[in-house]
Design a protein around this ligand. Structure first.
Ligand code: NDP
Ligand code: MG
Length: 382
């Protein structure tokens, strides 16, 4: 029996993690869970999974929840609460499915406590990949990818000679606006952006897919997870989202992982690795039903977010922290109707331009840069 701590339990990945756990009650249980504000979604889950610890976003939500919980469940809040969830003494594995760089501190704490980590929260690796991977190596902790592209790459590396990898190729669906020209993007709405052709996900990552910043963040995520230079990480548009990513080896052999688009597969693989379990909730891939698969080069003029991310990643230091914080702030502003779609990448670029790189930022510096960048973008928006 594996005991799991879960951050972001009420979100898209969090709920699907609980779907996987529900299918295998003999193998998994939830020992601690954290969410933000969504008490209505969380309450039935707490009753069903009976965690020993529950963490929420702040004291106000904790006060609203406290009289609705069984008295033996410990209730905590804030970042401290998420950290307590992440390092719960009984947990064997942390699934980090919280949204945004707020997931960094709990991840670092879990690594120090020796917990295996299933990581969906890519912003953590973008903002401080060097700290996370160094600490994981020092503590002998495995970081198992949940992001589908990275899980595909991880799966395509099993049993292979990692020193012979010549290229990682991340596939991208192209997002909600893949059939629109750049000119057509200026007046698109929030509703249009949230209408993703292949995947049902949280709002932020759906917007990130539409700008393709998601692929940019994933390039940086891949750089850290697999210790690959940026020159060896490629992206490619693949409309059908059937080939989840590919690994090329020195002999030009390419190994990929395929399947119907579903986050349940990469989530479960992180939970069962190195084993594989049955997964009744997912569909078989019948390629004859799909018929054909399409691939296309990413046009960096059409999707400047991807080149901004490569740029920030290659310069390194505190630049990816700025990229991520500016993007989180701008996407939030777009989702609340304050800015237009094309403003997102404009603000990210402005934030990168005004920042002087700090070479090897420690945690304190990263948190300061994150905060300053958010304030900078907010000020431009006002
Ligand atoms: P959602 O927006 O659906 O969920 C976010 C979760 O984080 C919710 O449970 C939310 O709680 C919680 N949360 C947000 N802010 C706080 C906070 N301050 N304190 C505590 N909890 C908080 O996001 P997704 O599930 O889509 O994405 C989660 C992560 O996984 C992201 O990093 C994303 O990039 C990554 N990812 C997602 C994929 C997907 O298919 N969705 C695919 C690959 C990666 P509440 O709603 O209760 O406020
Ligand atoms: Mg992904």
């Amino acid at each position: 029996m594996k005991k799991i701590s879960l951050l972001g339990a009420t979100g898209s990945v969090g709920l699907q993690t609980l779907d996987v756990i529900r299918e295998h009650p003999e193998h998994f249980s939830v020992v601690a869970l954290a969410f933000g504000e969504n008490i209505k979604t969380a309450l039935p889950l707490i009753h069903e999974f009976q965690p020993k610890l529950v963490a929420v976003k702040n004291k106000q939500i904790a006060d609203q929840l406290s009289n609705q919980l069984d008295s033996h469940i410990r209730l905590v809040y804030g970042v401290e609460g998420m950290i307590e969830t992440a390092v719960h003494p009984e947990s064997d594995l942390l699934v980090n499915a919280v949204l945004g760089s707020i997931g960094l501190e709990p991840t670092l704490a879990a690594i120090k406590a020796g917990k295996t980590i299933g990581l969906a929260n890519k912003e953590t690796l973008v903002t401080a990949g060097h700290l996370v991977m160094k600490s994981a190596a020092e503590h002998g902790v495995s970081i198992l990818p949940i992001d589908s592209e990275h899980s595909a790459i991880f799966q395509s590396m099993q049993g292979q000679d990692r020193s012979a990898i010549s290229r990682l190729i991340l596939t991208a669906s192209g997002g909600s606006f893949r059939d629109k020209s750049r000119d057509e993007l200026s007046e698109v709405t929030i509703e249009d952006a949230l209408n993703h052709p292949n995947w049902s996900m949280g709002a932020k990552i759906t917007v990130d897919s539409a700008t393709m910043m998601n692929k940019g963040l994933e390039v940086i995520e891949a750089h850290w997870l697999f210790d690959m230079p940026y020159e060896k990480i490629d992206t490619i548009i693949h409309r059908e989202s059937i080939v989840h990513s590919l690994v090329e080896y020195a002999d030009h052999s390419v190994i990929a992982q395929l399947g119907m688009p579903s986050m349940l597969v990469p989530i479960q693989y992180a939970l069962t690795y190195p084993s594989r379990f049955e997964l009744k909730q997912t569909k078989q891939l019948n390629l004859w039903e799909i018929g054909s698969l399409h691939f296309q080069k990413v046009d960096m003029q059409r999707y400047p977010s991807v080149s901004l991310a490569y740029h920030a990643g290659k310069i390194g230091g505190s630049m990816p922290t700025v990229l991520n914080a500016a993007n989180e702030t701008a996407v939030q502003a777009f989702l609340s109707g304050k800015i237009k779609f094309l403003d997102i990448e404009r603000y990210v670029e402005m934030a990168l331009d005004q920042h002087d790189r700090i070479q090897m930022p420690d945690l304190e510096t990263i948190e300061a840069v994150d905060k300053e960048t958010r304030a900078f973008v907010m000020k431009q928006i006002m």
